[in-house]
Design a protein around this ligand. Structure first.
Ligand code: TYD
Length: 390
């Protein structure tokens, strides 16, 4: 890859590693810098964190914690069965706690999940889960055990894998000739338009444009046949892929490529402008939090997200500016946020009307949260698309 750096987000921790006090001292940090690959147009980190540092048996993120995501996968699964194929053989790459596969037949659905705690959970649910990283060896092993797949699905996982060529070759290997590979991940176009730089953290070595995906898929004999824009995870693309010799492109592919070309996402200059805006966002957020502190307001954060780990560490926001974080995930409660060590407590303990202001760490679920917290008399604070109180 021929990468040119355009953004430095400073010293960052493992974003999904929530800590007990006795773990503070030995916490791992790395420098988070982001570059643009001139060969493919891929936005990608300059250096990648080793996968087992992030994905292991203590992995804390649970996809099924939000109703939005549970509904999202249930709806897509129904759509696929009603409109594309009623009973396909399915493989999910990165099945987490089973939020997607639980919509599918246990006998014909298989999963790959390197985090042992979750692989165990979905095995217990009755879905045969391979507790290993996705690569050509895993693909060949599953091919031998289960045969070719009609649908290979992956949500918020492809952008976790540094070696995309190896990943796509392994998919090509297991996909039936007429099969579909469908993946969804946060979109570069949305990130740039929303200034949501917190989409970048250790687990997201890449942020995908359709343009870059087309370049990398094509050189692995795969082609994009359709692109859908999704609201989830702060704006994602769902990309439908077939083997190149079977591909018949929908107009949405060219529409998205044109949109990205018009925005200049295939060029570095737009990303330099984005980096400027990220810097402004940091100053604006620090200004507002400092003002609230000077007014003796009680400020907390809502949702101990990986995204907010990027923000808090980049802006150096600690307990002096944000007293604590509330989160519904049992694995995160009672621990401290990565890097800045802000305590995490349950919403029952920490979210009430004594709070003057709640930073939306989980801004991507703003609609669900505002709906749920109708009685909240304080203000929410967000940084997307610009820093403001809601
Ligand atoms: P998400 O935005 O998917 O995070 P990430 O940046 O790590 O990908 O995760 C949302 C987090 O917010 C998750 O830890 C659960 C929590 N959460 C709440 O505490 N309350 C809520 O109402 C919702 C929707 C999420």
């Amino acid at each position: 890859m021929d990468k040119i750096k355009f953004l430095d987000l400073g010293r960052q921790p493992i974003a999904n590693r929530f800590l007990n006090e006795d773990e503070f001292e030995n916490e791992f940090f790395y420098n988070l810098s982001v570059g643009f690959d001139q060969d493919t147009g891929l936005v990608t980190q300059m250096d990648y964190v080793d996968a087992p540092m992030m994905f292991n048996d203590e992995y804390a993120y649970r996809g099924s914690m939000s109703k939005t995501m549970r509904d999202h996968f249930a709806k897509f699964s129904k759509y696929f069965k009603d409109n594309i194929q009623r009973s396909p053989k399915v493989l999910e790459i990165g099945s987490n706690d089973g939020v997607f596969i639980k919509n599918w037949n246990k006998k014909t659905t298989f999963a790959v999940e390197p985090c042992g705690n979750f692989a165990q959970e979905t095995n217990d649910m009755g879905y045969e889960t391979y507790a290993q990283f996705w690569d050509i060896d895993t693909s060949s092993e599953i091919l031998e055990d289960q045969g070719k797949m009609d649908l290979v699905f992956s949500a918020n996982c492809m952008c976790h894998i540094p070696d995309l060529d190896g990943t796509f070759k392994a998919i090509q290997n297991i996909l039936a000739d007429d099969g579909l590979f469908i993946f969804e991940d946060p979109s570069l176009e949305r990130m740039v338009n929303l200034n949501s730089y917190d989409q970048i953290y250790d687990e997201h070595p890449h942020v995908f444009s359709v343009t870059a995906m087309q370049n990398i898929l094509n050189r692995n004999n795969l082609s994009i046949v359709k692109v859908e824009k999704l609201e989830v995870h702060g704006g994602s693309n769902r990309i439908y892929v077939k083997k190149t010799n079977k591909a018949n492109e929908d107009t949405s592919v060219e529409d998205n490529l044109t949109l990205e070309r018009n925005m200049g996402l295939d060029k570095l200059s737009v990303l330099d402008d984005f980096a400027e805006k990220v810097h402004t966002s940091k100053n604006d957020l620090l200004n507002i939090l400092t003002r609230l502190k000077n007014e003796n307001k009680k400020v907390i954060s809502y949702g101990a997200t990986s995204k907010s780990a990027t923000i808090f560490n980049y802006c150096q926001i600690g307990v002096d500016l944000i007293q604590y974080i509330t989160d519904t995930t049992p694995e995160k409660q009672g621990k401290h946020s990565p890097g800045m060590h802000i305590p995490i407590i349950t919403p029952e303990e920490g979210f009430d009307n004594s709070v003057d202001c709640a930073f939306l760490g989980a801004w991507n679920f703003a609609k669900e949260i505002k709906n749920k917290e109708k009685d909240f008399t304080g203000k929410f604070l967000t940084h997307v698309p610009r820093v403001r109180l809601l």
